[in-house]
Write a protein that binds this ligand. Structure first.
Ligand code: THU
Length: 141
């Protein structure tokens, strides 16, 4: 629990910092078609942080979301368990991950999703809230 001025908020210590890191990463987004610049941070189970940005393509469907890029960077470093994904966007005040990225988060065991909040800096959700009754690796067993 953090305390800022007269308002108490229910967010973890690192939430605002992670969203700020994601927003800084978003400055490198490659988004010439939408001009919608997103950054993400994947926090591995050992605490390492991996950033990603959205990478668009003239064939629009080939676009890679920031969250997917961050998870891919983590996976490339050998990470198989991502605890948290933080999302930051330079184009709008609130940006939630798309359905495809929620599914990707499920694959890598994400439990916490941090998004930017115009009032408190950050807001947290469980992946279970954002992707209830999900189909994941455990569903195959
Ligand atoms: N995008 C992301 O990278 N992450 C999100 O959470 C939402 C959408 C990107 C995809 C595309 O490059 C642009 O934002 C507009 O959809």
């Amino acid at each position: 629990m953090s305390y800022n001025g007269s308002m108490s908020t229910n967010i973890s210590e690192d939430a605002v910092e992670l969203v700020e890191m994601a927003r800084r990463a978003a400055e490198a987004a490659y988004a010439p078609y939408s001009d919608f610049c997103v950054g993400a941070v994947a926090v591995a189970d050992d605490g390492r942080r991996f950033v990603g940005v959205n990478v668009e393509n003239a064939a629009y469907g080939s676009t890679i979301c920031a969250e997917a890029a961050a998870i891919a960077a983590a996976a490339t470093a050998g990470v198989r368990q991502v605890d948290t994904i933080a999302v930051g966007c330079l184009s709008v005040a609130e940006c939630y991950p798309c359905g495809n990225c929620r599914q990707l988060m499920s694959e890598f065991g994400v439990t916490r999703v941090v998004v930017q909040d115009p009032d408190n800096g950050a807001r947290e959700h469980s992946l279970e809230d954002l992707l209830p009754h999900s189909f994941g690796p455990e569903s195959l067993i």
